[in-house]
Design a protein. Structure first.
Length: 293
């Protein structure tokens, strides 16, 4: 292939990606930069305006939840430094689930710093058996790769990371291996119980998607409802989302910066239950929608 043909081929692939329906998720990611902030005590936010990345300072290394969108690694690294933390201190990454908008920088951290990657057993299996369901192919960079996690997470696991003990559950639905987990964070005086839910999106529960993956009776929607019920009554004082919209994170952040002496808007012992109940009702409505049956 001549250089000219190679270049024409490159432009063709680029045009196809730019015109695709997912292009907005991968173009100009710098415009989604959010100044990082301390959510509460040893819990920090270093994600962008769409996909969350949280860090817990465990006293013996940093524990990171999710690794950002594919293509956003440089912005993430900048955010971690800007927060006053050192990316090299990230010892562990816990992935909410196996979709490309959450594992973007995981390979980078492992290769660069030896960070250990934790992913649920079902999504690890998905990487091996149905890698296309990770949607890595839409990232726009064919050098983005899947990986084998260092540790597979199972339902009911309890693991310790420095001073932070985490209770894990599997909450299948959005993917088969979404995780939920619960742990304490502290400001040095008080402790607050965090709840994390690894995937609420209905994109993978639409009729066309389920049929494509062979779930022709839409079983996964019932599984999604059961997962919400399974963890709904956990004690949660701080609801940690994996997409900002789930807790209106950007507005809460603004409020907190404008009124630093007001009560912390992220502390709310009803938010978790309310949001999970809302998703339950919305899923029931989707299941009753004639266009989705
Ligand atoms: Zn997802």
């Amino acid at each position: 292939m001549s250089m000219k043909t190679e270049y024409a081929d490159y432009l063709h692939r680029q045009r196809e990606l730019k015109e695709g329906s997912n292009a907005r998720f991968f173009a100009d990611q710098e415009s989604r930069y959010v100044e990082p902030f301390q959510v509460y005590g040893n819990l920090y936010y270093v994600g962008d305006s769409w996909v969350c990345v949280h860090i817990v300072d465990t006293g013996d290394g940093l524990l990171m939840f999710d690794a950002g969108n594919c293509g956003a690694s440089a912005v993430l690294i900048h955010s971690i430094w800007k927060m006053g933390l050192n990316p090299e201190d990230v010892r562990w990454i816990i992935l909410s689930h196996g979709h490309m908008d959450h594992f973007g920088a995981a390979n980078f951290f492992r290769r660069m710093f030896g960070t250990k990657i934790y992913l649920s057993e079902p999504d690890s299996r998905m990487f091996r058996e149905h890698p296309e369901q990770s949607m890595v192919q839409i990232s726009g960079n064919c050098m983005d790769e899947l990986f084998t996690p260092d540790v597979e997470i199972h339902d009911g696991d309890v693991m310790e990371f420095g001073n932070t003990r985490i209770q894990f559950y599997l909450v299948p639905g959005h993917t088969e291996g979404c995780i939920a987990c619960f742990f304490d964070v502290t400001d040095g005086k008080e402790k607050k119980r965090v709840g994390y839910y690894g995937g609420f999106g209905f994109n993978t529960l639409q009729k066309s998607f389920l049929e494509e993956i062979g779930d022709t009776s839409y079983e996964m929607r019932k599984i999604y409802l059961n997962s919400l019920r399974k963890v709904r009554d956990e004690k949660v004082e701080l609801f940690m989302p994996n997409h900002t919209a789930d807790v209106d994170l950007l507005n809460k952040r603004r409020q907190m910066l404008q009124h630093p002496d007001a009560p912390n808007p992220f502390l709310d012992d009803q938010a978790w239950k309310k949001y999970l109940d809302g998703k339950y009702d919305k899923m029931r409505a989707l299941m009753e929608d004639p266009a989705q049956n």
